[in-house]
Design a protein around this ligand. Structure first.
Ligand code: HEC
Length: 135
């Protein structure tokens, strides 16, 4: 009896893993890879972990801001491919920053995400302070 229960639990767990790895949508990627620090609702833990609401919507008005949000280590080093990271970052922008995105905002392309993630920021806080002191 116990063995049967254990087997069916194992089967359920395997099914869950199989289906969740098939469902590679941006929300799931966010929950798996970003929410541990930035929280499930994206509000972060100020001041150590910044919010992903509103501020980055303003940052992307500048070309360097578009790449900065991918160059931060938490984003650039995430173990998903360029296509999924592009979808993930665009999802964060449209989901959490719709009020602040520039009017002429264009979604990030896979090509610019690839280029940005190749240039991981060694000292993101310093880069941010030097390049975006007003945000
Ligand atoms: C281990 C904790 C951690 C994880 C996981 C993490 N981040 Fe971060 N994130 C930070 C911290 C801390 C900062 C502040 C800069 C720094 O030290 O990297 C930051 C900064 C950022 C910023 C810049 C915000 C600003 O206003 O300057 C963005 C954008 C960002 N993270 C996106 C992501 C995305 C997307 C993911 C998931 C793919 C992610 N992060 C995963 C901790 C994390």
């Amino acid at each position: 009896m116990i063995l049967i229960a254990a087997r069916s639990m194992l089967f359920a767990a395997m099914l869950l893993i199989a289906t969740s790895s098939l469902r590679a949508d941006p929300r799931t990627d966010y929950l798996l890879h970003c929410s541990g620090c930035h929280l499930p609702d994206g509000t972060g833990h100020s001041p150590q972990v910044p919010t992903l609401h509103d501020v980055i919507g303003r940052l992307v008005a500048e070309p360097a801001g578009r790449s900065y949000i991918v160059r931060v280590p938490g984003a650039s080093q995430v173990p998903i491919d360029d296509k999924r990271l592009t979808e993930l970052v665009n999802w964060i922008l449209t989901e959490f920053n719709s009020d602040t995105l520039p009017e002429n905002f264009r979604l990030l392309t896979e090509r610019e995400v690839k280029r940005a993630r190749d240039e991981v920021l060694a000292d993101p806080a310093r880069y941010r302070a030097e390049n975006f002191p007003d945000y």
